[in-house]
Each structure stands twice: as C-alpha cells, then as structure tokens.
Design a protein around this ligand. Structure first.
Ligand code: HEC
Length: 205
C-alpha cells in the first residue's frame, strides 16, 4: 500500500466497513482499545500442520523407535561405499612400490587371500604349487619378465596375451593382484614336484 492510500480517508473507511461487515469473533483481549480477533486459521495452514504431525509419527517410529540409520551411521555407510569403489577400481599399474609389496609379503592374511586367488585363477597354467605347466615355473629364480614384485604386478595386470598369459587387471582388484603376487613370491625355492625347467633370466635376489 502506498503512502497516498494510507492517507486517503475514503479508503480507510471502506476497509473498516468491510471488516465490520464480516462476522468475526473477539478473543476477549483488549489492549489500548484494540480488540484481538479470533479468526479461524486458513484451511491450507491447518492441513499443513496435520501433515507435519503425520510425518513426525512416521519419522519417530522409523528413526527413533525403529532401526532407521543415525546420521553417523549414514556417514559410515557412505564411507564404506567409497572405500569399496576405491578398491574395486580396475588395477592400475602405477603407485605401488617394492617396499609396499614386501609388507604384503609379510602379511599372512593377505598371502592366504592370494593363495585362494591363485588356486581359483592360476593353477590351470602354473600348476597347483607353482611348478609350471602351460605357464612358466613360478618357484625358481628365473624370470622372463623380471623377478621383482613390481615386475610381477605388472605382468599379472597386463599379461602377455599372445604368449597365453591373460591380463588380470580388469578381473582382479588391485589389492587382490598384490596379494596373489605376494603369494607367488612366497613360493620361491619350494622346489615342487614336477617343476618345469627354468625359463628366462636368472634373477639375483
Ligand atoms: C591361460 C594360462 C595362464 C593363466 C590362467 C595364468 N597364467 Fe601366468 N603365464 C602364462 C604364460 C603362458 C606365461 C608366460 C608368458 C611369456 O612367455 O611371456 C605366464 C607368465 C606369468 C608370469 C611371469 C613369469 C616370468 O617368468 O616372468 C607371472 C608372474 C604369472 N604368469 C602369474 C600368473 C598369475 C598370478 C596368474 C593367476 C592370477 C596367472 N599367471 C594365470 C599363462 C597363464
């Protein structure tokens, strides 16, 4: 409302008329000669209010009484999903050092995990004990592609398809490749029965 409207006596009068013509209830409070009106709340407002009550019942029974996740729990779930996504990235070639792999080699749980992977994915070509078959003997000190664990990681990740070694980088997760490489490395010098003749270069280690 503009200022000129405020000062317009006719307008004031007509507002007053329309107020007086409406049936209204007095709340019974008068202050400085002004009566407080007790008008009904708008329907939409009341409906909104009922909806919040219904919502709060559901909210309370799920999050407070039931097993709805707390904020902390939700955060933990998000973190877990991120970690899984991180681990299941296809194994890249970069960013693992010989020292990091040596730590895996010392970790018996990781080696057991590596053994399980070896048994399900590698024995068909490298033999049950790494003695070799279609693929080379993995227990001796001779390596075609280098004997460092980083060489093995690279080898297992990218493979040599035309020689019959599949690339595992898209099938195994990065940490699984590290585990299976640690397991393979732990087979060194075990002299399994039926060992295949050495192939590649003698690697001093
Ligand atoms: C389908 C047969 C096959 C399977 C399955 C296979 N390999 Fe091989 N692998 C080979 C062949 C063949 C070679 C030799 C490649 C060459 O001559 O360059 C090889 C080479 C390797 C080498 C390098 C050896 C060296 O002397 O440098 C490593 C390490 C190796 N495989 C590990 C694995 C692991 C670990 C698995 C299981 C995840 C696996 N391989 C599964 C056939 C296979």
């Amino acid at each position: 409302m503009s200022k000129s409207d405020d000062n317009d006596p006719n307008r004031k009068k007509s507002t007053q008329d329309s107020l007086e013509s409406q049936p209204h209830h007095l709340a019974g409070h008068t202050y400085d000669g002004i009566d407080e009106l007790d008008n009904a709340l708008p329907r939409w407002w009341i409906n909104l209010f009922y909806i919040t009550i219904v919502f709060s019942l559901g909210y309370f029974s799920y999050y407070v009484m039931g097993d709805g996740p707390t904020l902390v729990r939700e955060w933990e779930i998000d973190r877990g999903e991120q970690e899984i996504a991180q681990l299941s990235k296809p194994a890249g070639l970069k960013s693992v050092t010989e020292d990091e792999l040596k730590l895996v080699l010392k970790d018996s749980t990781r080696k057991l995990a590596g053994q399980a992977i070896y048994q399900s994915k590698c024995i068909s070509c490298h033999g049950a004990h790494g003695e070799g078959g279609i693929g080379p003997n993995l227990t001796d000190d001779h390596w075609i592609h280098g004997g460092k664990m980083t060489n093995l990681v690279k080898m297992v990740t990218v493979g040599v398809l035309d020689k019959g070694m599949p690339p595992w980088g898209t099938i195994l997760k990065q940490n699984e490749i590290h585990s299976v490489v640690a397991y393979v490395k732990s087979l060194r010098g075990t002299h399994p029965a039926g060992a295949k003749a050495p192939q590649g270069d003698l690697v001093e280690q």
